[in-house]
Ligand binder design. Structure first.
Ligand code: 5GP
Ligand code: ZN
Length: 114
């Protein structure tokens, strides 16, 4: 989708600070980090929200989680802990409509989230 900023980042058309990439997944640092580490993990395939996923996306959704975990290890978040979260729809805070996993770390996190 040419009007989707995350598709354009995945295609290399827009710049991003890449943290990880493979054939299915790409991850890059958030433009407005909400923690010392804030990485977005996205599928190369465009899905607007989690609600667009079905059983055909089982492997892909698993790859997003595993990529986030691997990046957390690489960035040394595996001792203090980290948060992995996906916002679905505007009511939950989603602002970019290309599915992404937020990987947040480097500070304490409260629960319940705001
Ligand atoms: P959401 O609000 O949809 O859960 O998360 C979208 C995230 O994308 C936000 O944290 C926002 O700062 C980030 N973001 C929006 N546009 C860009 C961009 O062009 N580049 C990068 N690296 N992050 C972006
Ligand atoms: Zn997209």
């Amino acid at each position: 989708m040419t009007d989707c900023i995350f598709c354009r980042i995945a295609a290399g058309e827009l710049p991003a600070n890449i943290a990880y990439e493979d054939e299915d997944v790409i991850a890059f640092h958030d433009l407005e980090p909400q923690a010392p580490t804030h990485v977005l993990v996205i599928p190369r395939q465009h899905l607007s929200t989690l609600l667009d996923a079905d059983t055909g996306h089982t492997l892909l959704l698993g790859k997003l989680q595993l990529a986030a975990i691997e990046i957390a290890r690489q960035l040394s978040l595996d001792k203090e802990g980290f948060r992995v979260v996906t916002n679905c729809l505007a009511g939950a805070g989603q602002s970019v409509f290309h599915v992404h996993v937020h990987l947040l770390g480097g500070r304490a996190f409260s629960w319940p989230p705001g």
